[in-house]
Design a protein around this ligand. Structure first.
Ligand code: F6P
Length: 532
């Protein structure tokens, strides 16, 4: 019997039991929780018991997670459909690390680039790098996907630490995005960072050209107010960006894993190099934990196993990420790319069809806003949505501690309500107390039943500092890695984004008047509608 089958068989026998009854066993909550410093992940409100956990750990071991982890950290080319190593961990490995790739230590270059970024950020923040109109007041990062989502998310998350120029992000090729951003900015005191690993992404290059035209209308030497972040040095030079303003990285950093290096430049400008270093240290501490903790106490491994349990074993096809932290409002969007671009695949490493479902649909919004929007479905809809709550012990606003208390109580109440539910008898008693009687009592009560037994995890952390944010991001990166290894796919390529890009290019001339004869009827009709 395979490890998968063993899990499925075991699950079949326990699928319908009540989650709350699991707490009859003393010590369940601490047993099904894992901590790292002051951060704790509680996964006790799931249907995982000791036997299920044992089987999940067997699956992780049999899938070679430990071996693949060693391969990733040591620079083996585990992204084998692109022939690349996966070494984003090197970007946060710190001052003493030595990481050898193709016979050479990559760390001196990583540290040198980080030092150049820090010098640039310091000069900019101190007003030593100036625009034509004086000190730089605004920085626009133009990038998309991995060159946008991580830095945007982190910039919002670390708002209490902003003490540099204002930082803006433009990603969408929709001209509305750049138009709205440029409105109100002074081109003579704005710096533009063009962030693109490949420096070919059409959205980014189009927005960069628009920004250049906008600036050129008022600024003589636009080159002095442009910088670039890319792996493609020749292309940045061709765009006219001075090499001293180009911050490079290597192809062994995947786009969605790149915020730890030069792609994080705008974030570094916002919070300063010291705080950025704390963010890296947070990621590093999670790396150490991931590398050294026993799987049974390893936070990324356990979070991944909870994910596998819910998605592949229980058959729940989506996963809600619900940060009770307004500053993590873009975390779900960031995780959508991280998880779905990494593990949304149907082909195994060897080219065969994936034996299980691929990674889940990831979505979410911060609490408590979500409670007033989609929680209705989470509580009473017909499909089960495993929820991943997260909340800080303390906020950044000591004078608003009472609001933080309200936030935390809402977060804890939601996971409690999802598990506990409300029976028909309880709902009937509530409605009877309100004076409803007869057949109407039963009808009204049924609408107020909560099925309960809905699983969730809760991640608690001390405060959303740069260090803690680094831990959270690295936690999810490694979770994706572990899930990918167990599913047997390559988490580090993204061929699924290519076809749409190619077809978009082919459609441009058709929208400008070329024949749509080769297109399907629907696409031809839509193109004709735009042309008309
Ligand atoms: O959407 C595909 C993708 O290649 C992502 O993986 C990447 O993060 C994004 O486009 C942006 O790419 P680049 O940084 O090369 O502009």
């Amino acid at each position: 019997m395979t490890k998968w089958q063993a899990l499925q068989d075991y699950h079949r026998g326990i699928a319908d039991r009540s989650l709350i009854s699991l707490f009859d066993q003393a010590g369940r909550a601490p047993e099904f929780s894992v901590s790292l410093g002051e951060m704790m992940l509680d996964y006790s409100k799931t249907n995982i018991d000791s036997r299920a956990k044992g089987l999940l750990l067997d699956l992780a071991n049999a899938s070679g997670v430990a071996q693949k982890r060693a391969a990733m950290f040591s620079g083996e080319k585990i992204n084998d459909t692109e022939g690349r190593a996966v070494l984003h961990t090197a970007l946060r490995a710190g001052p003493k690390a030595v990481i050898t790739l193709n016979g050479a230590d990559v760390m001196p270059e990583v540290r040198a680039t980080l030092a150049r970024m820090a010098a640039f950020a310091r000069d900019l923040r101190a007003g030593r790098i100036k625009g034509q109109g004086g000190a730089i007041t605004d920085v626009i990062n133009i990038g998309i996907g991995g060159s946008d989502l991580g830095p945007v998310m982190a910039t919002l998350a670390l708002a209490p630490y902003h003490d540099g120029p204002r930082v803006h992000y433009v990603s969408n090729v929709d001209g509305a995005h750049i138009a709205d951003t440029l409105k109100g900015l002074d081109p003579t005191t704005t710096l533009v960072i063009v962030a693109s690993k490949t420096f070919t992404t059409i959205e980014t290059m189009t927005n960069a050209e628009t920004a250049q035209r906008w600036m050129a209308a008022k600024v003589k030497d636009t080159g002095a107010q442009f910088a670039a972040v890319s792996t493609a040095a020749e292309k940045t030079a061709a765009f006219g960006i001075d090499p001293s303003r180009v911050f490079g990285f290597e192809d062994w950093v995947g786009g969605r894993y790149s915020m730890w290096g030069p792609i994080g430049l705008a974030l570094m400008i916002a919070i300063g190099p010291e705080r950025f270093e704390e963010f890296l240290a947070g990621g590093r501490s999670m790396d150490q934990h991931f590398l050294t903790a026993d799987f049974a106490q390893n936070m990324p491994v356990l979070l991944a196993l909870v994910g596998i349990w819910h998605n592949q074993i229980c058959g729940y096809t989506t996963r809600a990420v619900l940060p009770y932290d307004q500053r993590l409002s873009r975390l779900p969007a960031y995780l959508q790319q991280l998880e779905m671009e990494s593990n949304g695949k149907s082909v195994a490493m060897d080219g065969s069809a994936l034996a299980t479902d691929s990674g889940p649909v990831v979505w979410g919004e911060p609490g408590t806003n979500g409670q007033h929007a989609f929680y209705q479905l989470i509580h009473q809809g017909t499909r089960v949505v495993p929820c991943e709550f997260m909340v800080a012990k303390a906020g950044h606003e000591p004078d608003l501690a009472h609001q933080h208390l309200l936030l935390v109580s809402n977060c804890l109440a939601q996971s409690e309500a999802l598990m506990q539910g409300r029976s028909l008898a309880e709902a009937t008693a509530i409605m009877a107390k309100k004076g409803v009687t007869g057949p109407e009592l039963d009808r009204q009560a049924r609408h107020r039943v909560f099925p309960g037994n809905r699983p969730s995890t809760t991640l608690v952390y001390p405060k959303l500092t740069p260090f803690v944010l680094g831990q959270i991001v690295a936690l999810y990166e490694h979770r994706v890695f572990v899930e990918g290894v167990i599913l047997g796919l390559n988490s580090y390529d993204q061929w699924g984004v290519e076809l749409g890009k190619e077809l978009a290019l082919a459609l441009q001339p058709i929208l400008e008047g070329a024949s749509a004869a080769a297109k399907d009827g629907s696409t031809a009709q839509l193109a004709a509608w735009f042309r008309a």
